[in-house]
Design a protein around this ligand. Structure first.
Ligand code: C2O
Ligand code: CU
Length: 438
């Protein structure tokens, strides 16, 4: 109540003359009546991808590539993307991960649209409102279809001189491939960069597990997290490793040194020699795995207080594994929310303008990268320790076993929004809830 504005005469016992109209999802669209500034077509089809290792896999592609084409757009421009599905039987949608699009453009099958089946198409329109590193991916049977290739980068451009390169850390199906994580044949894993050149790497984890990334050969700064700039970013101690949440992004910057810079990745302590290397002449020594300290966004950068702690709503989200009552019966579940599985998880209800606090406690034995659509959240504390660095805004927060995070956000984007574990396997088991606006 109180958010609809206008005067309404409810009379006494009489029907209102103009009943209040709730907005439905299909009214919450991007601009439909102007010419777009940028236009793209993404055609989904089955195909083959040649990995950097030389192994060819059956993949799902956009415009014949996996990852799909990198979309680079300007801040504030009206972007139109036409999705065409050639022959992906599961159906396809496009979700703009991290971009707070209007609800009807969010690409969630069964919630904001129907999946696009073979022979079909769907047009998305939105205006990105902040620069940064984002990505797109299908949201239909995502546990399988994203892993097989239906994803790509969406870069909202800011100005950056020098090398500006997107790096997906992705585990292709068939994890025995030792260099599966970086690079496909059309994205070489070795590159020549001139000494002294500024380098910006946009790291995106399109897999289901957090990735430990070791940056060797240089110090570096983390300039943005999930498309949100870090204030007062300073060089990290040499040898600091990054733990990148599934679905998350870190932008890192360095100046190309005289030697080589290598990135290596470690997935759940399974040694993986996958590497990406930059050097003045395009050759590089083998990368080594990281053993250094981990970058911690909780304390990094210049502190800015979160402001007064008044909230209109507080939600408690506990994730469990073990025995629980779910889907109408008592059974073993690996990824439940407050003991329930989707669709039995109650919707989180807010009103437009609410300041919302969310407490997320992981009581299970596995990582859960929690992703809220349509909003970014600010981390207030972890395990009771307040955030003291640059405001840590995130859209995909890895909550490790035993961790408790408090986050806050403003309910400023009406609609029905998924809030789920970005380990899509957990999502398909039921680790899904929704945020709704009353
Ligand atoms: Cu990137 Cu609902 O996901
Ligand atoms: Cu999970």
């Amino acid at each position: 109540a109180g958010h609809h504005g206008g005067t309404m005469d409810w009379g006494t016992g009489a029907m209102p003359h103009h009943p209040p109209q709730a907005r439905t999802v299909d009214q919450l669209t991007g601009p439909r009546d102007k010419a777009p500034d940028a236009r793209f077509t993404l055609t989904a089809a089955r195909g083959k991808v040649l990995l950097g290792s030389g192994r060819q896999i059956d993949a799902l592609t956009f415009n014949g590539h996996a990852p799909g084409p990198e979309l680079r757009v300007r801040l504030g421009s009206l972007v139109e993307v036409t999705l065409i599905n050639t022959d992906v039987e599961e159906g396809v949608t496009l979700h703009w991960h991290g971009v707070d699009v209007p609800n009807a453009e969010d690409g969630v099958p069964g919630v904001t649209q129907e999946a696009v089946m073979p022979g079909g198409r769907h047009v998305y329109r939105f205006v990105p409102d902040r620069p940064g590193t984002f990505w797109y991916h299908t949201h239909r049977d995502a546990a399988e279809t994203v892993e097989r290739g239906l994803f790509g980068a969406l870069i909202v451009e800011d100005t950056h001189a020098g090398v500006d390169k997107t790096v997906f850390t992705h585990l292709w199906p068939g994890a025995e491939d030792p260099i599966a994580a970086f690079g496909t044949a059309d994205r070489p894993a070795r590159e020549a960069v001139a000494v002294g050149e500024p380098v910006l790497l946009r790291l995106i984890n399109s897999s289901e597990e957090p990735h430990r990334i070791h940056v060797g050969g240089t110090t570096y700064t983390v300039t943005a997290i999930d498309g949100n700039p870090v204030q007062g970013a300073t060089p990290l101690t040499a040898g600091t490793d990054l733990l990148l949440a599934a679905g998350g992004r870190y932008d890192i910057a360095f100046t190309m040194p005289g030697g080589s810079v290598t990135l290596s990745i470690d997935v759940n302590e399974i040694p993986n020699t996958a590497a990406l290397a930059f050097s003045p002449d395009g050759t590089a020594p083998p990368a080594t795995l990281g053993t250094g300290p981990l970058f911690d966004p909780l304390t990094y950068g210049t502190a800015t207080p979160a402001g007064e702690g008044r909230y209109d709503r507080t939600f408690d989200i506990g994730t469990d594994d073990g025995f629980g009552f779910a889907m109408g019966r008592f059974n073993y579940v690996s990824s439940s929310i407050n003991g329930r599985l989707y669709p039995a998880v109650p919707m989180l209800m807010v009103s437009e303008g609410d300041r919302v606090k969310m407490r997320m406690a992981n009581r299970s034995l596995i990582d859960h990268p929690m992703h809220l659509h349509g909003h970014r959240v600010r981390v207030l504390s972890r395990n009771g320790v307040p955030a003291t660095g640059s405001p840590w805004w995130t859209d995909t927060l890895n909550v490790a076993p035993g961790e408790v995070f408090e986050v806050a956000f403003t309910a400023d984007n009406p609609g029905i929004w998924m809030d789920h574990c970005h380990n899509f396997k957990h999502g398909s088991e039921g680790m899904v809830m929704h945020l709704g606006y009353a």
